[in-house]
Design a protein around this ligand. Structure first.
Ligand code: ADP
Ligand code: MG
Length: 354
């Protein structure tokens, strides 16, 4: 059975309400593109927008955002900047994942045939533990000049992320799960993660299981990414591996990432960048957020709209080759969006006559 039970919650008169967290940098402009595409394509989704001010040390905005996601069940998210380096000001991104118990992050990394990159035909699913490990945010200075940081690995969280990975592999006809770790050095923490993955693997006899040390994994990814199928790993390795793979197949502006717990789902660009330096210039690649929007539509069971949006992305990037500067092209963000809207409108129109 599907392990994640989070189903669309807020639905009134056939329309869904979804929380929108624009975040900083390019977040707000990418969100305006999502609104525009949804409006032109007649997508029955209303957004409840919750801006979070990163310069505000109070957590009021954050609490409101969490309440809103609890009510709606799903959110579309940009990256929220944490400007303060004060240990009292925690990362809002981490806080949201922890508060909502979004214990798994999934990145489906597939190559775009229309984009020149180091490797083609990559098809890897990264399943990342999303709430603990090195992100436990338990750091302290024990004596001046000596800082300790706790990395927390629990059996319970390792078990459910491993089960998610194997279950995902099974449901999607995948053949192999590779556990990524550093258990040769971190014998207790990563050792527990690896041991739990091996136990869970026994419940999935049809799926092959192997494991690889994180450093070798990075080298193998760069030299031969085709050996990987589904990968499962602790939090920090997940962040690094996701970025390596995105870099291999065309950069930060393409892929989406999905955060799931048993009750809530949050969709955001895969590499979680703020993109402050390129904000407001009409050059950010909107595809990563478009893919996140397509993930959201699939989650809301608006299957037609989800498929059309993916087809629109495919046509824009691979056939029409409308590429923003990060992909070596000269198109603006709006050029990409206009092309997507034209495609979506044609689909919406033709479907009303069938
Ligand atoms: P972070 O928020 O983690 O500091 P950055 O904002 O510095 O990350 O982003 C890392 C790199 O990826 C930058 O060079 C940025 O311009 C690029 N980048 C991120 N998102 C996009 C996007 N949507 N389109 C184009 N480039 C992007
Ligand atoms: Mg930055």
């Amino acid at each position: 059975a599907h392990l994640i039970k989070s189903l669309p919650k807020a639905k009134y008169g056939g329309r869904h309400t979804v929380t929108m967290l624009p975040g900083g940098g390019i977040g707000p402009e990418l969100m305006s593109y999502v609104r525009e595409v949804f409006r032109y394509a007649g997508v029955p989704v209303d957004f409840e927008e919750v801006p979070i001010d990163p310069s505000n040390d109070s957590n009021e905005d954050l609490e409101y955002a969490i309440t809103s996601i609890r009510r709606n069940g799903a959110a579309l998210k940009g990256n929220i900047e944490t400007r303060s380096l004060s240990p009292n000001v925690i990362s809002r991104n981490v806080a949201i994942r922890n508060e909502l118990d979004l214990f798994v992050n999934v990145l489906h990394c597939t190559s775009f045939p229309g984009i020149q990159s180091r490797h083609s035909d990559v098809d890897i699913v990264v399943v990342r533990q999303n709430t603990e490990g090195e992100y436990a945010m338990m750091e302290h200075e024990s004596v001046p000049g000596v800082v300790e940081c706790l990395k927390v690995v629990t059996r319970a969280n390792s078990d459910r992320v491993a089960r998610f990975a194997f279950d995902y592999a099974k449901r999607h006809g995948r053949k192999k799960v590779t556990t990524i770790h550093k258990a040769n050095i971190m014998k207790s923490s990563d050792g527990l993660f690896l041991a739990v993955c091996r136990e869970v693997a026994k419940d999935y006899p049809d799926i092959q299981h192997d494991d690889m040390i994180i450093d070798n994994c990075c080298m193998q990814l760069v030299s031969n990414p085709h050996q990987f199928d589904v990968m499962v790993m602790p939090n920090l390795y997940g962040s690094i591996v996701s970025n390596v793979i995105c870099g291999l197949i065309g950069g930060a502006g393409l892929l989406s990432g999905r955060n799931y717990g048993y009750e809530y789902a949050v969709f955001e660009p895969g590499t979680r960048n703020t993109g402050s330096a390129i904000a407001g210039k009409n050059i950010a690649n909107p595809i990563s957020m478009m893919n996140s929007a397509a993930d959201l539509l699939h989650h809301l069971q608006l299957e037609n709209h989800s498929v059309w949006l993916r087809e629109a992305i495919d046509k824009t990037i691979n056939v029409d080759k409308i590429h923003t500067p990060d992909l070596g092209g000269q198109a603006t963000s709006m050029d990409v969006i206009k092309n997507i809207i034209t495609f979506m409108q044609a689909k919406t129109k033709s479907s009303t006559f069938t």
